[in-house]
Ligand binder design. Sequence first.
Ligand SMILES: [Zn+2]
Length: 199
Amino acid sequence: MGAQIDTISLGIGNCHFIKDKGAIIVDSGDTNKAKKFVKGMRKISSNPEEIKLIVITHGHFDHIGSASEIKEITKAKIAMHEHEKDWLEKGLMHLPAGLSKWGNFCVVLMKVFYAPFRTIKPTNVDVVLDDSEFSLADYGIAGKVIYTPGHSSGSVSVLLETGEAFVGDLAMNKPPMTFSPGLPVFGDNMDTVKRKFLS
Ligand SMILES: [Zn+2]
């Protein structure tokens, strides 16, 4: 049987709870979502303190936004790629570039309506990921973290042995960003995205 997987919506970002012999989460959602996280955990009848690792897929605000508060609540370690760990440790706001006209338009909207109203609370990254694979076995999860740049230079994905993948923004699947599952509308480099997408 595969792991238990639940998604908790935290603003414009999500947090994915994965539980097998141990429990981890992938991403921490938008800023100021700690209460929503606790409520979401209660809804899936899970205890935040069973989470031992928070894997951050990349450093954009809707993925690191509530990492600091969720770390305090869970006492879990944070794992993040070395290229972007400063964004969380220094509370830096980074927005992606657009990869299409619609993407460019959405970035402008984020610059005007999102970024000025958000503060990323800094916190330490405990597990610094590099380009090599990182096994999740020590955390009771049959799977690994792999390096998947393209959307951003420090993007990683969680891949379970049962085939499920948590790819951050390497792919997008819902409005307003896109109306069907596919390539992201934001990112650093579409060629790199496609190489990862198709491999
Ligand atoms: Zn992103």
